[in-house]
Design a protein around this ligand. Structure first.
Ligand SMILES: N[C@@H](CCC(=O)N[C@@H](CS)C(=O)NCC(=O)O)C(=O)O
Length: 212
């Protein structure tokens, strides 16, 4: 398999974690987001959504959208499971994963930040404040949800799940933008537990071959 990735892409980071957790090897193909390589015609042929990541299977089939990719991995390579067996528990894991992937991450994506700067003329300070605002808003909600029954060493239970694959990259982003993280002790406890696992550690931006 080939994974189209960029060291700082948090959506690609999610999939790198899932692949590592499942012990699946992949060949990275680097697409430089900051240089806009994802908007070039060559990459449009790979992924018409012009987003990272893309997972290319050995037969050439290409999968897009990190959650869809991780769900496909889960169906094809069920062990170790990234979704619990119980239907209600699965719904909670998906809800926590979507809170990060659908509520926090899209507001802080590269194209949104570039639009704030280029089209709306916002200063870097205003953009950083925007970023931290939506991180804080989302993490406060996550923290409240993690107080509900079901949370264990990880977002749900004592095994890593799709929710943890989404959470960890978001915390890396938060740290990069100097977001205040002390108000979220349960979230940070889960983050620290994840980072003790080699699969999470090896997927982090600084450990990627294209890291700058
Ligand atoms: N919902 C998508 C998000 C993908 C996404 O936004 N990826 C970012 C990198 S983390 C990207 O390609 N951004 C390009 C841009 O904003 O122009 C997923 O989960 O795969």
């Amino acid at each position: 398999m080939k994974l189209y990735t960029y060291f700082r892409s948090s959506a690609a980071f999610r999939v790198r974690i899932a692949l590592n957790l499942k012990g699946l090897r992949y060949e990275p193909v680097f697409v430089h987001l900051a240089k806009g390589e994802h908007r070039q015609p060559d990459y449009a042929k790979v992924n018409p959504q012009a987003l990272l990541p893309t997972l290319e299977l050995d037969d050439g089939t290409r999968l897009t959208q990190s959650l869809a990719i991780m769900e496909w991995l889960e169906e094809k390579h069920p062990a170790p499971a990234l979704l619990p067996k119980d239907a209600l528990a699965r719904a909670r894991v998906r809800s926590l994963a979507y809170l990060v992937a659908c509520e926090i991450h899209p507001l802080n994506n590269l194209r949104v930040l570039q639009h704030l700067k280029r089209a709306l003329g916002q200063s870097q300070e205003q953009i950083d404040n925007w970023y931290r605002h939506w991180i804080g808003d989302g993490l406060a909600k996550l923290e409240a949800d993690l107080a509900r029954p079901g949370t264990g060493k990880f977002c749900h239970g004592d095994a890593p799940s799709l929710a943890d694959c989404c959470l960890v990259p978001q915390i890396f982003n938060a740290k990069r933008y100097n977001s205040e993280l002390t108000p979220y002790p349960a979230t940070m406890r889960v983050f620290e537990n994840c980072m003790k696992l080699e699969a999470f550690d090896r997927a982090q931006p600084a450990k990627q071959p294209d890291a700058e």
